[in-house]
Design a protein around this ligand. Structure first.
Ligand SMILES: [Fe+2]
Length: 287
């Protein structure tokens, strides 16, 4: 069939322009064939959302994006979560190792242990996006752990042991994020959530504890809690459950914060690492 210049391309052709390529056996897919400086069609949005449900972490590489374009991408997945910043009205948080008085910054040095963003809050965000602006030559990778796979790998005995249990999640911004805290500051944010979490869209169960923020299992002794948590932390962080992302400038990464824990690896603190983060509200409670 001859294609006339005034013909509109058909939708099947448009949708086929999206390429989805798995990044690891654990999680993650690279999406190509989209230009995020342009508004997405409904078909492309639907394909993105399905890819996100399937792979939990999406990478869109080589996207040179303004703040408005990153926000428009985020709105594909839900409402934007605000910030509690005293210094900025912006909904963006700049994750960096160098203070910047003109931006709302989370100044963090080096390694950060596995965690879910805002797990210490009653309503943690549904999703996070990070847009890479500057990265040292070596280090600073982000690791993503598929915590649905972790649940699936548990024996029936372990699943029964964890059923109905809750865990206290806590975070003190003043402490070193590469160490588990020894003491709890009662003033620091903290909240208990179920250890087994069910994804409201896929129905999959996942393990919702993490080494950085989960202090204890509430219903058992400290000794048993420590035993359970360290078993789960090790399984979450084992290589078969992790996709390790090596950043490039203009990478945009979106992850499902309900079922994917993430960690930052060590890098040279003298070299600037700068990412622009926007998070998406969860319209559902943690269940
Ligand atoms: Fe984080």
């Amino acid at each position: 069939m001859k294609f006339e210049p005034n013909d509109k391309p058909n939708r099947a052709t448009d949708t086929m322009a999206i390429n989805i390529e798995k990044l690891s056996d654990a999680a993650g897919a690279a999406i190509s064939g989209l230009d995020l400086t342009q508004e997405l069609s409904q078909e492309d949005s639907d394909a993105l959302k399905q890819a996100w449900r399937d792979h939990m972490v999406l990478l869109l590489r080589g996207q040179e994006l303004t703040e408005e374009e990153q926000e428009r991408f985020c709105r594909t997945f839900g409402e934007i979560a605000g910030l509690k910043s005293k210094t900025s009205e912006s909904k963006f948080l700049f994750v960096t190792n160098k203070e910047d008085p003109d931006r709302a910054t989370a100044v963090q040095l080096g390694e950060m242990m596995y965690h879910y963003d805002q797990a210490y809050a009653e309503h943690p965000c549904k999703a996070s996006t990070l847009y890479l602006i500057e990265i040292p030559d070596v280090g600073g990778n982000t690791c993503f752990a598929n915590c649905c796979a972790v649940y699936d790998q548990l024996s029936d005995e372990w699943k029964a042991r964890l059923k109905g249990k809750t865990a206290l999640n806590y975070f003190n911004y003043d402490t070193n994020p590469s160490l588990r805290p020894d003491d709890i500051d009662p003033e620091a944010p903290q909240h208990s959530h179920p250890v087994i979490r069910t994804h409201p869209e896929t129905g999959r169960k996942s393990i919702y504890v993490n080494r950085l923020m989960t202090i204890r299992i509430n219903e058992v002794s400290k000794e048993e809690s420590d035993e359970i948590l360290h078993y789960l932390f090790d399984l979450i962080e084992s290589p078969q459950n992790v996709y390790e992302h090596v950043w490039q400038v203009h990478d945009l990464v979106l992850w499902d914060n309900r079922c994917t824990a993430h960690a930052r690896q060590h890098y040279d603190p003298e070299k600037r690492r700068l990412l622009r983060r926007m998070t998406i509200l969860d319209e559902n409670p943690v269940v």
